[in-house]
Design a protein around this ligand. Structure first.
Ligand SMILES: Cc1cc2nc3c(=O)[nH]c(=O)nc-3n(C[C@H](O)[C@H](O)[C@H](O)COP(=O)(O)O)c2cc1C
Length: 216
């Protein structure tokens, strides 16, 4: 079951203690072509990622960064799924996050994707603090991206994130605006958290337990 939240102006109804930057965050498709990413905008995003935690401080991430109008942006845009290209073309910056799968000794870095995700999460929070919005995309052709940017086998392109500012009502095509205006949904907290005195998780429920007496 999910909770559908009223969406007026995307002022949804998160818990009152949630930090305003997190409470205001949402992932639009309707970006403004009027906005350009400054050097400071980009360097803040990358600093946020650089200072995020990682397993054994391995920092197993790399970023391919393009600003609208430059060849890197164009190359990233071309690799996106068509449905993503339609709106992401108006973003001010596209950032591909790559996980570094092996360390310098050739040992696998099993937490690399986890760490990269966290670094991107830091970026999205920094974006919010700087008045930017972001929308992440798994919808891209990783093989095409590898070819375009010469990405080696030890690196995994995991995500492309779009950053920019919200487009005005007359700037964003109606079809994109309609999708952005759709209600946002979240599962209720009690379905997600196991704690003393709380509800049992589905995996604890007798009706879902295996009948052969095993627990897995
Ligand atoms: C790993 C990941 C992949 C995503 N891929 C896409 C995508 O390819 N296209 C898209 O429009 N949105 C994509 N999204 C955005 C999600 O749909 C969006 O974050 C989710 O619906 C929750 O909405 P909110 O961010 O506004 O809270 C992706 C988000 C994540 C974290």
């Amino acid at each position: 079951m999910t909770t559908t939240q009223a969406v007026s102006g995307h002022l949804d109804d998160p818990g009152p203690g949630l930090h305003p930057i997190l409470a205001r965050r949402w992932s639009p498709r309707g970006f403004s072509l009027q906005h350009r990413c400054s050097d400071a905008d980009l360097s803040n995003l990358l600093e946020a990622a650089r200072w995020s935690p990682s397993h054994n401080n391995s920092q197993p991430w790399r970023f391919i960064v393009g600003r609208r109008g430059d060849p890197v942006f164009g190359g990233l845009l071309e690799c996106l799924a068509k449905g993503n290209q339609r709106w992401a073309a108006a973003a001010s910056a596209l950032v591909c996050g790559l996980a570094v799968l092996y360390d310098d000794t050739g040992a696998e870095q099993p937490w690399a994707r986890y760490d990269l995700g966290q670094a991107i999460a830091y970026m999205t929070v920094q974006a919010g603090a700087d008045g930017l919005h972001s929308r992440q995309m798994a919808g891209f052709d990783a093989q095409a991206l590898r070819c375009s940017f010469g990405v080696g086998p030890g690196y995994e392109p995991c995500i492309v994130a779009a950053f920019g500012v919200l487009g005005g009502p007359h700037e964003v095509p109606a079809a994109i605006r309609a999708r952005d205006d759709a209600a946002r949904e979240r599962a209720p907290a009690e379905d997600l958290v196991y704690q003393a005195g709380g509800a049992e998780f589905a995996w604890c429920r007798p009706d879902l337990l295996r009948t052969d007496g095993s627990d897995g």
